[in-house]
Design a protein around this ligand. Structure first.
Ligand SMILES: O=C(O)c1cccc(C(=O)CC[C@H]2O[C@@H](n3cnc4c(=O)[nH]cnc43)[C@H](O)[C@@H]2O)c1
Length: 236
C-alpha cells in the first residue's frame, strides 16, 4: 500500500525522511513536489501551513497519484503541534482518534455553533481505530482528539475554552482537518500524528522546543514504517 505523509513545512517533511535510510527522490507533479522515499511506497509532501493550503496540496497529490494509476491507500498528517497540559507535555506524541475543526462554524449570542449544527458538512474525521491503536502501541503516542485551527492559540482563556468545548482534546495544529477533508474526498483513510513542541496557551514562541519535537517525529516514524505499510485498509 502506498502512503502519503503531509507535513506543513519542509523541516517537518525532512524530519520524517530522516527515519528512512537511503536517497529521497523529488517527484514534481502539477502544483506540488513529492519527496519519494526509497522503495516508492511512501511519498512525503510539505503541504503548507494552515488547513486550506494543506487541503489543496494534499488533494493535488491524491489526484496526481490516481491519474498515475498508483493511488495512495493512506494519508498521514504529521508534524509538530501544541499540547494541552498536563496530558500532552512538550516532547510527547499524540495520535488523533478524532481530527476536529475547532473554528469551523458560527459565533452566536449563545456561544459557538459548529458548522454541522448549521446543516453543513462535517467537523470531525475519525481515523481507523485499529490503526490508531497500532500507532499508539508502536510509538507510545497518546490517542485523543487533535484540533485544527487557522489561528495558533495564544492565551490561557482560549486554551481553556477549547478544552471546555473539546474535553478529549490533547493537541492543536493547523493542518489535520484540511488533510483529512482531501483524503475523505478521495475515499482514503487518514491519520494525524503530532509531536508536541509547545503547550497550548499563552504565546511564548521563543520557548517552542521545535528541535526536540522534530527529533521525536523522526523517532516515531522510525517505529511506524512496518505499521503503516503492512496495514490492511479492510481492517478499518
Ligand atoms: O522555525 C522552524 O525551524 C520550524 C520548524 C518546523 C516547523 C515550524 C513551524 O512553525 C510549523 C508550524 C506548524 O506547527 C504547528 N503548530 C505547532 N504548535 C502549534 C500550536 O500551538 N497551535 C497550532 N499549531 C501549532 C502547526 O500545525 C503549524 O503549521 C517551524
Amino acid at each position: 500500500m502506498r502512503v502519503l505523509v503531509a507535513t506543513a513545512v519542509p523541516a517537518e517533511r525532512d524530519a520524517v525522511a530522516r527515519a528512512f535510510p537511503g536517497p529521497v527522490r523529488e517527484v514534481p507533479r502539477p502544483s506540488v513536489t513529492l519527496h519519494r522515499l526509497p522503495g516508492g511506497a511512501c511519498d512525503l509532501l510539505a503541504a503548507g501551513v494552515g488547513p486550506a493550503l494543506a487541503a489543496a496540496s494534499t488533494a493535488a497529490a491524491l489526484t496526481a497519484a490516481a491519474l498515475d494509476a498508483a493511488p495512495y491507500g493512506l494519508v498521514v498528517s504529521a508534524g509538530i503541534g501544541g499540547g494541552f497540559a498536563p496530558a500532552a507535555p512538550v516532547g510527547s506524541l499524540v495520535v488523533a482518534d478524532e481530527i476536529t475543526a475547532a473554528d469551523l462554524g458560527a459565533e452566536t449570542a449563545d456561544g459557538f455553533l459548529p458548522v454541522t449544527d448549521l446543516g453543513f458538512g462535517t467537523v470531525t474525521h475519525r481515523p481507523p481505530a485499529e490503526l490508531v491503536r497500532a500507532v499508539a502501541d508502536a510509538t507510545g503516542a497518546r490517542p485523543g482528539t487533535v484540533l485544527t485551527g487557522s489561528t495558533v492559540t495564544g492565551t490561557a482563556e482560549r486554551a481553556a475554552l477549547l478544552r471546555a468545548r473539546h474535553p478529549r482534546a490533547l493537541a492543536e495544529a493547523m493542518e489535520g482537518f484540511g488533510v483529512a477533508e482531501a483524503a475523505a474526498a478521495h475515499g482514503v483513510p487518514v491519520l494525524e500524528l503530532r509531536a508536541v513542541s509547545n503547550p497550548v496557551g499563552p504565546r511564548d514562541r521563543a520557548a517552542w522546543r521545535i528541535g526536540d519535537a522534530l527529533t521525536a517525529l523522526t523517532d516515531a516514524f522510525g517505529k511506524l514504517a512496518p505499521v503503516l505499510t503492512s496495514w490492511n485498509p479492510h481492517d478499518r
